[in-house]
Design a binder for this molecule. Structure first.
Ligand code: AHM
Ligand code: MG
Length: 347
């Protein structure tokens, strides 16, 4: 007989994955990959929590391939992600913000799924105890490109890159984990957006945000305005217009900027508004990476009824040319993104 629900019933990430598998939305392999990402994020959450005590603040002393100083926790979090994904036995290739090139998972453990991730985004905030997060996306192997050149390292690398460089429209799953006043894992498998809050007492992700919908409009904008002088004229004009209360019949927008994409995006998802990282005179494509930042976040935004744009086109339609490619990002409430595009799509 079916078990009766009781006050002790918990709807956890594990339960949710099982139900989705029973419905046929995902297969057991993908569920296993998602679980292993959840496990990696639990470990990172605990490392972030204790960073100040266990000598994990500060820089590691090296730079990643993009010339950024790696923090100790960037390096450790990357190892945690890689280990969890490799040992789940369902991942074939992984690409990380902190790795020069995509890596093929050792054959003995190898599976099919391709996982892209930024293990610890916003890590410049860690030493001050401010929110950080992990971002991930999961693809099926590219149809045009098998992974069969295990004995030729050069060819293998090319195959890995081709598998990783897929447009966001092909994502099977995308998500992020926010390490903040609570640890929250938010994900989509293409049928809406679900949020799970970690209960530290039992070490489980509990479903707390079923079917998140982003408000159609919002009153918060989130841009690093310190770069204003470097922005293109159209973005400047857009920003100026947001500060013109008459256009909105009174109250102006509020500015909120943490400098942690996961935190800034999570707030935008729940409260509405827009997050932007435009291109500028120095960095024409902005700062954020297409594969493991912009595309996963845009999939989530769209699944919640919002939008993700480069200012010129839908982020999910961009065909990546290289692994660490950057694109401008404008993301959040649908009408807010459309309004931004009314400036940037003009010419
Ligand atoms: P990171 O991946 O090296 O941490 O950089 C990405 C972060 C985002 O979290 C955040 O939105 C952005 O960089 C902030 O950049 P800036 O300090 O230029 O405003
Ligand atoms: Mg990042």
């Amino acid at each position: 007989a079916a078990a009766k629900s009781s006050q002790y019933e918990l709807f956890t990430l594990t339960t949710w994955l099982l139900k989705e598998e029973m419905k046929g939305t995902i297969d057991g392999e993908l569920a296993t990959v998602i679980s292993s990402v959840g496990l990696a994020c639990k470990q990172i959450s605990s490392l972030v929590n204790r960073a100040g005590i266990s000598n994990l603040t500060g820089v590691a002393g090296n730079q990643n391939v993009q010339g950024e100083d790696q923090k100790k926790l960037d390096v450790v979090s990357n190892e945690v992600f890689k280990n969890c994904l490799a040992s789940c036995g369902r991942t074939g290739v992984i690409a990380s913000e902190e790795e020069d090139q995509p890596v093929a998972v050792e054959e003995t453990y190898s599976g099919n799924y391709i996982v892209v991730f930024d293990p610890l985004d916003g890590s410049s905030n860690i030493d001050a105890g401010i929110s950080v997060g992990s971002i991930f996306g999961i693809y099926e192997p590219s149809e045009e490109c098998p992974l069969d050149a295990m004995d030729d390292p050069q060819k293998m690398m090319e195959q890995c890159v081709m598998n990783v460089c897929q447009p966001g429209s092909r994502l099977k799953c995308a998500g992020y984990t926010l390490y903040s006043s609570s640890t929250v894992l938010v994900l989509t498998i293409g049928n809406g957006v679900y949020g799970f809050t970690m209960d530290p007492l039992i070490g489980e992700y509990v479903l707390t945000h079923p079917n998140i919908r982003i408000p159609e409009v919002g009153k918060i904008y989130s841009f690093n305005e310190g770069n204003y002088a470097l922005w293109d004229e159209d973005v400047k004009a857009y920003m100026d217009s947001l500060k013109e209360p008459s256009k909105w019949g009174g109250k102006p927008y509020s500015a909120r900027y943490i400098g942690s994409l996961v935190g800034d995006f999570h707030r935008t998802l729940l409260y509405g508004g827009i997050y932007g990282y435009p291109g500028d005179k120095k960095n024409t494509n902005g700062k954020l990476r297409l594969l493991y930042e912009c595309a996963p976040m845009s999939f989530i935004a769209e699944q919640a009824g919002g939008a993700g744009s480069t200012g010129k086109e839908r982020v999910l339609d961009v065909n990546p040319e290289k692994v660490h490619q950057r694109v401008p990002l404008f993301i959040g409430s649908k009408k807010e993104v459309e309004y931004l595009e009314s400036f940037t799509k003009k010419q």
